[in-house]
Write a protein that binds this ligand. Structure first.
Ligand SMILES: O=c1ccn([C@@H]2O[C@H](COP(=O)(O)OP(=O)(O)O[C@H]3OC[C@@H](O)[C@H](O)[C@H]3O)[C@@H](O)[C@H]2O)c(=O)[nH]1
Length: 257
């Protein structure tokens, strides 16, 4: 080895919107070696082009529903389509990604003794009956709706994380991600911020969906990445809301917009 990495980090979904910003930040530290596993369903090599060929960086085309054997110290497990139009496109695949994908990554964490961070979602709160949602709230989730493949998939993923922690002593971290925006969102991502910006630039009407009274907490991608790294390297297991007021994350309650 002609460089001295003291931490090898796997990022699943590292070619995606949040994942690629996380990789940029991790690569800034010369002590880190970063491995990205991505199936490029919604992610793109373009997001990582500045790292391709770098001696501390590796990119693997890999679908997390298949086992992965690598030696790593930390796993940021982000892989899953996150925009409703994409996760509803193939709901069976979405739930497999969340359940089998998380099982595979937990199996890897157990084998190599790595700490693993799951990116869960504000959608675990379902159609919440409390506003704003803190981590103490258990949610109001429809198990058979069109969003369930994602909502329930992430809920099972959280359960698996805690069961591996209790049963096998795996070091786990869970982040509940709120609606995140910033550079490298796909123009056709379908989420409200990119839709409204693209529509405004094209001079089109903004598509406000019914009932029009729904609320969201929005988080800028750089703040999200800081929150994820702080969670991974701190002592709190989570779940922690990032981008929304929470009981477990007093310092990461970013302003509501
Ligand atoms: O063009 C649009 C798009 C969306 N919307 C509305 O804006 C709100 C936000 O919708 P988005 O499609 O941006 O996504 P959501 O907030 O429902 O979920 C998102 O946020 C949390 C993340 O963890 C999830 O991965 C992501 O699905 C919804 O109420 C939706 O109906 C519009 O009014 N117009």
């Amino acid at each position: 080895k002609f460089f001295q990495a003291n931490m090898r980090i796997l990022v699943t979904g590292g070619a995606g919107f949040i994942g690629s910003h996380l990789v940029d930040k991790l690569m800034e530290n010369e002590k880190n070696e970063v491995i990205v596993a991505d199936n490029f369903f919604t992610g793109s090599k373009d997001n990582l082009k500045k790292w391709i060929g770098h001696p501390r960086f590796e990119l693997i085309r890999h679908d997390v529903t298949e086992p992965l054997l690598v030696e790593v110290d930390q796993i940021y497990h982000l892989a899953c389509p996150a925009s409703p139009i994409f996760y509803k496109h193939n709901p069976v695949k979405t739930i497999k990604t969340n359940v089998i994908g998380t099982l595979n990554m937990l199996g890897l964490a157990k084998r190599v003794g790595a700490r693993i961070l799951l990116t869960s979602t504000s959608e675990v709160y379902g159609d919440p009956l409390e506003h704003p949602q803190t981590e103490a709230y258990w949610g109001n989730v429809n198990p058979i709706g069109v969003r369930s493949c994602y909502d329930e998939g992430k809920r099972v993923a959280e359960t698996l994380m805690f069961d591996y922690h209790r049963q096998h002593g795996i070091e786990i971290r869970i982040a509940r991600i709120f609606n995140t925006y910033g550079p490298r969102m796909n123009i056709d991502d379908g989420r409200v911020v990119s839709n409204f910006i693209a529509q405004a630039i094209r001079g089109e009407a903004l598509t406000v969906q019914k009932p029009g009274t729904q609320t969201r907490s929005f988080c800028y991608v750089a703040d999200m990445v800081n929150g994820l790294m702080k969670l991974m390297n701190g002592d709190n297991t989570g779940p922690i809301n990032i981008g929304n007021p929470g009981v477990n994350s007093p310092c990461w309650n970013l302003p509501r917009m």
